[in-house]
Design a protein around this ligand. Structure first.
Ligand code: SF4
Length: 328
């Protein structure tokens, strides 16, 4: 090849520089690791098929790879056949009626509800037993919210999802009230709604410990710090993942003009990133690290990347397997 041809080719290969800040912590939390481990261990111990009620966690990659190993995802318990096949409840938790149905049908139920969701269930029950009406701050229709509401008899809890709804509540200022929250809310949104509740109902009982879980809080703090100093933020996660959606919102609120939630590298709208010279990357609590790696590779094909990790804090949380599997 002639020297001048070589130079032209090289010039065409010049990639624009891109500083990538990898947020830490990001990705899988202890509750997600436990739920996926529960399914994989059930497959090993009992063989396929293993039934899982709802997506074990909100991530298509995880769900598809488990389906390929012999997991059958069902919407309702009625779809699970009678017999000895394991039926696993997802990390989001289930209503009491679902547990009772499994018991009545003598299904081999394995409860992979995250212990931090179970903690919220217990708080709601304690408040109810003490005669308090429970206000659940959460997103309507989310499986965790359906499960938490379903711990209590109909009418014993009210779901609110905004300050406006908190302002519109029709209880007397001295009413016996308590609040609990979904574990994956925006820390800031929840703070504002709680402030409205406390102003309107000064004697309202609060959770002894924060209900928004450590993983949600830490991932939001990490992306908030990084978002303030970059041109764009990518959150790896599914549209259905509440904590991933919140990460994108937190990045926007921190002042980042281009904050995008993407399921994987193939879904990236590349022209939007053409002028970006610094990028923060994080992942929701249900997004596997392999998806982050694919995205870094995809950027490296288009940019001259320099990757650095920015750790907001360390995490060491580990949850034991569900009891049924520990005993097995
Ligand atoms: S995001 Fe929080 S509550 Fe949900 S599974 Fe993970 S640790 Fe548990």
């Amino acid at each position: 090849m002639a020297p001048q041809e070589c130079g032209a080719e090289d010039a065409m290969k010049v990639k624009p520089p891109l500083r990538i800040v990898l947020c830490a912590p990001r990705g899988f939390c202890a509750g997600v690791v436990r739920a996926i481990d529960a399914v994989e261990i059930a497959l090993r111990l009992y063989g396929a098929p293993v039934y899982v009620r709802h997506d074990i966690v909100h991530n298509e990659h995880v769900v598809d790879s488990l389906r390929a190993k012999g997991v059958v995802f069902i919407k309702e318990l009625a779809e699970a056949p009678a017999g000895d096949r394991p039926v696993i409840f997802s990390a989001h938790g289930v209503a009491k009626a679902v547990q009772e149905e499994a018991k009545a049908r003598r299904l081999f139920a394995i409860d992979a509800t995250c212990p931090l969701v179970t903690k919220v269930h217990r708080e709601a029950l304690v408040h109810h037993k003490r005669g308090r009406h429970v206000l659940l701050i959460g997103h309507p229709g989310h499986p965790e919210v359906i499960g938490t509401m379903g711990q209590l008899p109909a009418g014993a809890a009210t779901l609110i999802s905004s300050i406006d709804e908190a302002e519109a509540l029709e209880f007397a200022p001295g009413a016996a009230l308590a609040y609990v929250t979904q574990t994956t809310l925006s820390v800031e949104d929840a703070r504002e709604i709680v402030a409205a509740l406390k102003r309107r109902f000064p004697s309202i009982q609060a959770p002894p410990l924060e209900d928004i879980c450590y993983a949600t809080t830490n991932r939001q703090e990490a992306v908030r710090r990084a978002a303030a100093e970059v041109d764009a933020v990518i959150v790896v996660g599914s549209e259905t993942s509440s904590n991933s959606q919140r990460l994108r919102e937190v990045a926007e609120r921190a002042g980042c003009a281009l904050a995008v939630l993407t399921a994987n590298a193939a879904a990236i709208d590349w022209p939007r990133f053409s002028g970006v010279r610094s990028l923060a990357v994080t992942a929701g609590a249900s997004a596997p690290e392999i998806l982050v790696e694919e995205i870094l590779d995809a950027f490296a094909q288009r940019f001259d990347v320099a990757v650095e990790t920015q750790a907001a804090m360390e995490e060491s949380m580990v949850f034991p397997l569900p009891r049924a599997l520990r005993e097995a």
